[in-house]
Design a protein around this ligand. Sequence first.
Ligand code: ZN
Ligand code: ZN
Ligand code: FE
Length: 749
Amino acid sequence: MARRGATIEIHGAVQGVGFRPFVYRLAAEIGLDGWVRNDARGVFIEVDGSAADIDSFVDRLRSELPDIAAIEEFELAWSEPRGHDGFAIMHSESSAGATALILPDLATCDACMADVRDHTNRRHRYPFTNCTNCGPRYSIIRSLPYDRPNTTMVSFTMCGECHVEYGEPTDRRFHAQPIACPSCGPTVEWIAGGDRVLGVGSIEAAATAVRSGAIVAIKGLGGYQLVVDATDVEAVARLRTRKQRPTKPFAVMVADAAGAADAIELDDDALAALGSPAAPIVISDRRIDAPITRGVAPGNPTLGVMLPTTPLHHLLLEAVGRPVVATSGNLTDEPICIDDREAMQRLGVIADGFLRHDRPIQRHVDDSVVRRIDGSMRSLRRARGYAPLPIALTRVTRPILAVGAHLKNTVAVTVGRNAFVSQHIGDLATEEADRAFRSAIDDLTAMYDVEPSIVAHDLHPGYRSTEYAVDPTRWKDAIRLGVQHHHAHLASCLADNEFEGPALGVTWDGTGFGPDGTIWGGEFLLGDAKAFDRVGHLAAFGLPGGEAAVREPRRVAASLLSAAGVSLESVTPGTGSFTDTELGIVTTMLDRGFNTPTTTSAGRLFDGVAAILGLTDINTFEGEAAIALEHVAAPTGDTYPVEIRSNVAQVVDWRPMITAILADVAAGVSAEVVSGRFHATLAEAIVRVAERVGHPTVALTGGCFQNRLLTESAANRLRGRGFVVLLHRRVPANDGGISLGQIAVAAAQ
Ligand code: ZN
Ligand code: ZN
Ligand code: FE
């Protein structure tokens, strides 16, 4: 049979996933000659063989591809045979045009854990065991292509045995860049006070400390974590005191799926997410008999649970024998710590001991968070396991850099039709966060070789992200594009759904800079990525004291009451914690409009109602009051009255609702019932506005739609009236999704 030649070029998530050994085995099995190699752009294959054999090779390449690989582009070019003899795996070449995808860090696979548990295996109890199907990726990459010298493993010289595995195409560790073993790889150590233990004994020492109530800092995949016994009331309380985090929920790490099932209600999707290579924190309803102290998530009916993500975590959890709190190693809202010396300094005041190792972490990657809302697992925080996999845009765009907003910041760049959204960076309120923000931009632009022609940013002039974007000393050739915050939310939700639009965007959150100089946040925007009309919004109210009203829901309560025409002196719930002097000042501010910016924020409306019900007077973390209101709610179909006025836009006047809530409170109706009615009222108000606007597709986006009850009530009511509903899935509805929205808006200009 006549021999033919073929060249195959593959782009996608094909590096560091065992793709080349897979190609090698397939070619050897079919009997083709040629080679496979990686470069910064993707995987290249040349084969010689019969046309039929090459056809079957191509078919099987596509159908038998390794689990975690994802092909984005596949090009086949036939040619004359090139005279290859045998099949080889060639070394990577670096070349221009980096488009190969960087893989996220992947949780340890079952085969590697079997090695770790096998007494006869040379990796028995070795905490850095990995293979081409699992282990660190994004957190160790310094540059592309993804090869060992370009990772933080460069300083570990492979031993003879590892070298053989690394070079053997049929081995699970063939070209596994972080390959390591006890004789050549990173070493774990335990440091506490004057004690220092090296090697496997260090995990036992750390476990003993955790069991006796100590706070232990662990160097994880993408940064330091703080761990305490989740069954120990006092240890959890001590962690809260030292971390200055009075009430914000902690996540829990359990040893295995059975441990997760003891802690939270698990359905098949939640179980699949927990056990996936991304291994995110899964939020679900806490089981009444969960063996976890209430202080882990005070007053919270849900719990965030994850499984061990590295052999180090597996071994520790097994040795502790109980669920542990596993929270980011940082002070309050700083980014997770990655540098060893910095960790000793910053976490030294919190942790009683350190379980650490000598493999450097190149960049911080927090744990991701997902929750089932409206029938699907949805991202609330996108980081480890997901970032920086791309979100495909509907068309090829110019190179764009988007710097996100302020809270829950992420940044993003585009290459072709891919948007690469960074890992969760956090609130840009500290120097550390600012540094993490800048390095995330440097990382993505360097790794993907992006020289942006547009830099997109929020309209808020005071955000650090905006200050960075408009600084004329950088990105000198790029156009600046200010994107309205809620327009970015709408565009993000459309992009997440690969829907061009237009849609009615119900964009509800805490704060966004409005072009009219007021603070937006309860918006109905009709449009697409290109343009929007503000077709509706909540009736505006004052925020006495501005930022102070964001921290103190009781100030918002005072504002809502005064708007509803209620004398503040006569009402105690919510405003009862004010001293007479404070109440006097707030009243004066509201009466005179002094230091009282105007807002249409839905998030603040939640805050105010939570305070009226006496749930939260003062927030200790962002969203606390609104979350408390969601958690207390007894779901119901009953609604309060609201009035919808048509002016230039549909204005949802919530004052009749406040009056009705006060009547309920006075009649002794419980907070559970009032909150249930409040949620139903807002869901119904959304439907009424949607019906007046009359557009068939409605996108629910913005931080308020992390609220499961609000989202599900609104989505169900909308569908019941014939609307198509779009919700976020891969990127968060909160400001973590803003950078993607800014990309979409910039791409549409
Ligand atoms: Zn593995
Ligand atoms: Zn070795
Ligand atoms: Fe927002």
